[in-house]
Design a protein around this ligand. Structure first.
Ligand SMILES: Cc1ncc(COP(=O)(O)O)c(C=O)c1O
Length: 401
């Protein structure tokens, strides 16, 4: 079956944050331009039909009382992880529910840290890490990713090692694939990072929410798979929400092999009594992690690959002074506008506002620790992406042209 990734679906009136909010303070879309949402990490595509079908089927039964996740739910996760990521030996007892990946991150930090502790993250850094960790009283210590000679983002292992020692850090967040850089880590890079963590007696929270969204040619390596030590040292966080555009349905899960960590995490996650799977969200996962879901994902990845190729080629040919790494996973671009702003005597704020004025609703990269950067979401129909890039070309990057 061919799924539809080309229709522009009207999301107005659905309380969609992507559509209703403009994330640039004071910026407004000028009359005559339709807004094109290209910021928050959800997609302008309809999800795979098996998800609403699974929900609708459950709705036929009129009782919605307290319940426990079904064996179908756990089996769907085990099958998915085995098929997609080659995970062996995953059992129901290794899997735990979390209301969200960020919620899981905070529960996991509760296992490993005291409030006020320093935690190692890579920068650029996903805004959700910064906000949730700061809100909960943790200090982020950044180890910057560096662009190598080929323009590929790499971890700086020596810097990680130094910061872990200098700040006496015992917990690290590992984001794989990495948001916002779009890096899909190679197995040797994960092995090396895990060796650095092991050498410093550091426990690891591995956020793998983007692991299904790899562009063609790339492969996800679960952090826990690189060694027995990594398997025991790591709490891994996954969700169907990013892959299948289900953020509004809420739901994620953790995988923990180490029984001691698992017990501690379950305890932490249970403290608020808020952390229980929603019935419809459970059925959404079952409707997602099935053969049709896999086929839909294969087609989605092709669409995202085409969009990334198109945007990368367009930007590198039409917007001199804007540089970027071509993502290997996620659907985000992280544009470095330093040179363009310097060449044109414009600030990043002015540039951000100019984009919004012509309907390109993009996102300030400074919140992700990119000093003069813009984050752009490419999970939208190609026709809309082309329209957005043409407007940027005509009105924003070459206003006189
Ligand atoms: C790396 C990463 N982790 C977590 C999240 C948020 O996940 P959740 O909505 O399940 O908290 C996102 C959303 O964009 C993300 O990019």
């Amino acid at each position: 079956m061919q799924y539809d990734f080309t229709t522009v679906i009207d999301r107005s009136g659905t309380s969609s944050r992507a559509v209703d909010v403009i994330p640039i303070p004071g910026a407004q879309v000028k009359e005559g331009f339709s807004p094109i949402p290209m910021w928050i990490a959800d997609m302008s595509f309809a999800t795979v039909p098996t998800i609403p079908q699974a929900i609708a089927k459950r709705l036929e039964h009129p009782l919605f009382g307290y319940f426990n996740p079904s064996s179908e739910y756990y089996d769907a996760i085990i099958r998915w992880q085995q098929k997609r990521n080659g995970v062996q030996g995953l059992e129901k007892e290794h899997i735990g529910y979390e209301n969200s990946v960020l919620g899981g991150l905070i529960s996991a930090l509760g296992v490993f840290c005291s409030r006020g502790d320093k935690v190692l993250v890579h920068s650029p850094t996903y805004i959700g890490f910064t906000n949730s960790m700061t809100n909960c009283g943790y200090q982020l210590i950044h180890s910057p990713l560096v662009l190598d000679e080929a323009g590929v983002w790499r971890m700086d292992f020596a810097d990680m090692d130094r910061k872990l020692k200098e700040h006496k850090i015992r917990t690290a967040i590992f984001c794989s694939p990495h948001n916002p850089s779009g890096r899909v880590w190679e197995p040797w890079e994960i092995e090396k990072a895990m060796e650095v963590y092991k050498a410093n007696d550091v426990m690891v929270i591995s956020d793998e929410i983007w692991s299904d969204l790899l562009l063609n040619g790339y492969h996800h390596t679960p952090t826990q798979s690189v060694s027995e030590d990594a398997r025991q040292r790591t709490i891994a966080l996954y969700a169907p929400t990013k892959t299948f555009n289900l953020a509004g349905l809420v739901g994620s899960y953790h995988i923990v092999y180490n029984p001691r960590l698992r017990d501690r995490l379950e305890k932490e996650a249970s403290l608020t009594h808020y952390n229980s799977v929603n019935l419809l969200s459970m059925h959404a996962l079952i409707g997602a992690y099935c053969p049709e879901g896999e086929e839909w994902l294969t087609q989605l990845r092709q669409v995202l690959t085409t969009n990334v190729d198109y945007a990368y080629d367009f930007i590198t040919t039409h917007f001199p002074g804007v540089t970027l790494f071509k993502p290997q996973g996620t659907y985000m671009l992280f544009l470095d506008c330093t040179q363009w702003c310097a060449d044109h005597g414009r600030t990043l704020d002015e540039l951000l506002r100019a984009g919004v004025e012509v309907g390109v609703i993009w996102q300030d990269g400074r919140a992700f620790h990119g000093p003069c950067h813009i984050r752009m979401n490419l999970a939208l129909p190609l026709s809309q992406l082309q329209e957005a890039l043409n407007r940027l070309d005509r009105y924003v990057f070459h206003p006189q042209g």
